[in-house]
Design a protein around this ligand. Structure first.
Ligand code: AKG
Length: 246
């Protein structure tokens, strides 16, 4: 459970960091599975997929940027999504009975992992209740300013969902333009390996480029309370990949 101070932080800022949820052994197992899965995925990646799944601007050294739906596809990540303490916190925030409807491994490779622009997850998800979604962002490596940790607009979850725009050549890279930021500034949230940053679906967030020689791998698990629905999603989420947790 979150203690009252942590719960207050979440309620006031729209995010909270909880260190040491997963052990070093859990994290090693996650890294091993990411490496196996990455090799399998790269061995059969199509030219069409390269555009979305590979980092841009790394030339011949192109590396994987992300993998989709680890909680559905990989047994280890499904176990992580069902971790008792994690689930207790998710239900404390959104209410009882939850599923993971989408999940992502973000690789952010050393010296080339690109930035993610400012956005709100609920613009993508389109839930009927904005308080029914929660993103659970698990740091695999220590996430720092140098290797591209998340930045948050504190308190922005109390605002409604803002319009997002996409660059013409990247239709899925939706973002909030500078003039729509409503005065919010973005502050970094470092997370130690094995820790979790929980954020509300309306919280403005972004991540910077990885300019360090170290990777910044993280797993984002997107939870939804079971009585809520994604009524106006921007992307199509495949119901068949929904994983009921409680
Ligand atoms: O890990 C990142 O760089 C971006 C993560 C993100 O936007 C999210 O988890 O909602």
């Amino acid at each position: 459970m979150l203690n009252s101070e942590q719960l207050n932080t979440f309620r006031q800022t729209g995010h909270v960091t909880v260190p040491s949820v997963f052990s070093a052994a859990d994290v090693r197992a996650a890294v091993a599975d990411i490496e196996t899965w990455s090799d399998e995925f790269l061995a059969r990646i199509s030219d069409e997929q390269k555009d979305w799944f590979l980092e841009k601007g790394m030339g011949a050294n192109a590396q994987l940027r992300k993998l989709d739906n680890p909680v559905f596809h990989r047994e280890w990540f499904q176990r992580m999504a069902k971790h008792a303490r994690l689930v207790e916190i998710v239900e404390q925030i959104v209410g009882p009975g939850v599923s993971v409807f989408f999940s992502q491994v973000f690789m952010k490779p050393p010296e080339g992992g690109g930035p993610k622009p400012v956005h709100q997850d609920n613009f993508y998800f389109g839930p009927d209740d904005p308080d029914a979604t929660l993103t659970v962002w698990i740091a695999i490596d220590d996430a720092t300013v140098e290797n591209g940790c998340l930045y948050y607009g504190d308190g922005s979850h109390q605002h409604s969902v803002i319009d997002h725009v996409a660059p013409p050549d990247e239709p899925f890279n939706l973002q909030v333009s500078a003039d729509q930021m409503n005065g919010f500034t973005m502050t970094p949230a470092a997370v130690p390996s094995g820790g979790i940053s929980f954020h509300h679906g309306n919280t403005l967030h972004q991540s910077s480029a990885n300019t360090s020689p170290r990777p910044r791998r993280a797993v984002a698990m997107h939870y939804l309370r079971n009585d809520a629905r994604l009524v106006s999603p921007t992307l199509a989420y495949d119901d068949a990949m929904n994983v009921r947790i409680t």
